[in-house]
Design a protein around this ligand. Sequence first.
Ligand code: SAM
Length: 245
Amino acid sequence: METATRTPLYLLHGDATELFSDVRTESVDLVLTDPPYNLGTFMADRQTNLAAMRANNFVKAGWDNQNYDQWTLLMDCFLAESARCLRLGGALVTFMSIIKVESIVRLAEKHGLYYKTTGIWHKTNPMPRNMNLHFVNSTESWVYFTKKKKTGTFNNGGKVVHDFISMAATPASEKRLGAHPTQKPVQLMEHFIRLLTNPGEEILDPFMGSGSSGVAARNLERRFTGFEKDETYYKLARARVQIDE
Ligand SMILES: C[S@@+](CC[C@H](N)C(=O)[O-])C[C@H]1O[C@@H](n2cnc3c(N)ncnc32)[C@H](O)[C@@H]1O
């Protein structure tokens, strides 16, 4: 589906492992994504009370409870195909659970991606779940690579940019058309798009969920291609990129 905006936005419903073949080699400037972290089974096995805490939680959602080997195969395919689609010096930023970062770096390097940075998104307003029992979870990591070059586009305007991003979790205003259990704030996606691409360039998100990366790309007049295999989230992403948030 293509929307009638100035820069084209292609949203495709299906499995990323198949849809990557629609993307031309070396045509993408930034892969910006938030793949399954494979924490569903891990959380369920630990009998956390996550299920009770979220009506639509990722433990039950199905897409985050593959076994480790299945997840590794999916990540291997995603990183191999992303490396093929990226132009020389293009960038890849993937959100990831901190305990999986080493696995992602190892797989990415195998496919010619140059490891740059592991950074942290600190959610300034986390749900204070079990606050009297343990540390409240308020962080997610992100990992940044460039393709076969040690530097790429970095639009810092001469200012220091930290690898620690402090920003509130997704506001309710971005969930008014429907919510995704791991929805990222548009502002967070815009942060990476501004720094790592220029207007008119091409962004790819193979696991777009509710389409936050697509909304950010549209806001900043970048071209965008997104994949999502769940029909409900795909429809939500379509709806979101068509309205102003
Ligand atoms: C962590 S969520 C992304 C959330 C997104 N960043 C947002 O702001 O809404 C990962 C998404 O990947 C999708 N997914 C999982 N496996 C997939 C696959 N093989 N192909 C395409 N999408 C997949 C899931 O349905 C889920 O919506």
